[in-house]
Design a protein around this ligand. Structure first.
Ligand SMILES: Cc1cc2nc3c(=O)[nH]c(=O)nc-3n(C[C@H](O)[C@H](O)[C@H](O)COP(=O)(O)O)c2cc1C
Length: 216
């Protein structure tokens, strides 16, 4: 698949077929994603691939914890967001809302969906060793960029799931991940359900003029 076309095409998938993704295909995906550059080539991440019964168990646990603790997807801001960021959030709501069943509240769909990885057969949990400062989170951002693009080129859909970081301890205990690691993000991976209206949602982007300053 042509790279530039793939970049324009890719959007997050929030409904998946039950069809499992072959082990070999996941391995190919990880091999491609880990071609990502990282500072000093440290590759300061580990990926835990969760599928089958383990994936079901993890999803059940996260949904339970989310309900118990009333955790909700949020922007991770330290203070109230300026209006132009709120406007971008609203933009996402506006593209997703029309593709949800009438009686499903947007926030419930996102919170619950995130906790079960939108029913994807595979969840990738990405952790970092706590020996690293937050500077190394950039490497994980780049990795996830490569991961979602490689998945798209392999005919797979993905959704990055930041919400799961709220359940760091539960996830580590459930997946036997050492305490010295920190959960940075999850990624849902599977075959997109072509019939699901939610997968027709296409988030837009602000004009580059709003993001870029030229100094010449
Ligand atoms: C770091 C990060 C965390 C995210 N966390 C979530 C999440 O917890 N739940 C969710 O449904 N989508 C999550 N997303 C997906 C974003 O909502 C999505 O990427 C954004 O709206 C742009 O849409 P697109 O991916 O379809 O282009 C996350 C994306 C990123 C990059």
């Amino acid at each position: 698949m042509e790279l530039l076309k793939a970049i324009e095409e890719r959007r997050s998938t929030r409904a998946f077929l039950e069809r499992p993704v072959d082990h070999d295909k996941i391995e190919t995906l990880i091999r491609l994603a880990t071609q990502a550059p990282s500072a000093i080539n440290l590759q300061p991440y580990e990926l835990t691939i969760v599928s089958g019964k383990e994936k079901q168990r993890l999803s059940r646990l996260l949904v339970k914890r989310m309900r118990e603790r009333n955790i909700s997807c949020g922007p991770g801001a330290k203070s109230p967001l300026p209006e132009y960021f709120v406007e971008r959030e609203r933009g996402l709501f506006n593209v997703i809302r029309p593709n949800l069943p009438e009686q499903t509240p947007f926030q419930d769909f996102i919170n619950e969906g995130s906790c079960h990885f939108y029913g994807a057969p595979t969840a990738i949990v990405i952790t970092i060793d706590q020996v690293f400062s937050s500077a190394r989170l950039t490497d994980i951002g780049v990795l996830v960029g490569y991961l979602v693009m490689s998945a798209h080129a392999l005919g797979l859909g993905t959704c990055p799931i930041g919400l799961i970081t709220a359940f760091d301890d539960d996830i580590k205990e459930s997946l036997n991940i050492p305490d010295k690691k920190k959960v940075v993000i999850g990624v849902a991976v599977g075959y997109p359900d072509p019939e699901a209206p939610i997968n027709r949602s296409r988030s837009d982007r602000v004009p580059i003029e709003d993001l870029v300053k030229w100094r010449e």
